[in-house]
Structures are given as C-alpha cells and as structure tokens.
Design a protein. Sequence first.
Length: 118
Amino acid sequence: MGDYTGEIGVAMNRVAEKKKNWGVLLLAGIILLIWFFSLFGEKGVIKIIQLRRERDQILTDVSRIQTENKKLQEEIKRLREDPRYLESVARNDLGLIKDNEILFIFEDKGVAKEKKKN
C-alpha cells in the first residue's frame, strides 16, 4: 500500500505542476493581451501619438490661418481708408488708368524675339 500512496502523491504533484504551468501561461497570455491593446487599441499609445501629431498639425494650420486672416483684415482696412493704396492696387492689379492718361505697353525684348521666331 505504501507504493500506491507514493504513486498518488507523484501523480498529484504532476497535476499540480500542470495546473501551475497553465496558470503561468494564462497569466502571460492576459499580460500580452493587455500589452497589445495598450499599444494598438483605440486608446492605445500608438493612437495617442497619432492624435497628438494630428492635433499639432491642426494647431499649426490654425495659427497660419489666423496670421493670414490678420493680414487680410489689415489690407481691407487699408483699401477702405487709404485712397492712395486703393489707387495703387487698382493700377497694378487691375490695370486701370485715370481719365486723360495714356497707357503705353512695351514688349519685353525676349518676348518680341520669341514671337518673331514663331
């Protein structure tokens, strides 16, 4: 009977070791799963880094647009309040002239040569 008890004890130790191994594997699996989701999940580290980069890009764009908006507001103010600036814009950008003015248009020598070749 002593042998039989010893065999039972050895078998129980093997079962206990197998359960311990499965427990370690299960724990490692859970840790890996948590690690995976913390990196790649919807609220994971990688997603947070992407969102921060996107936020920084948006903030840069907003700053650039605000600066451009201020410049445009200043130009609007000058167009409304400064008649000389308005006149220069009308002459340069729109090609307008005053009454009794004669407009002379001179061709660039390089352009004239190209037209003669064609």
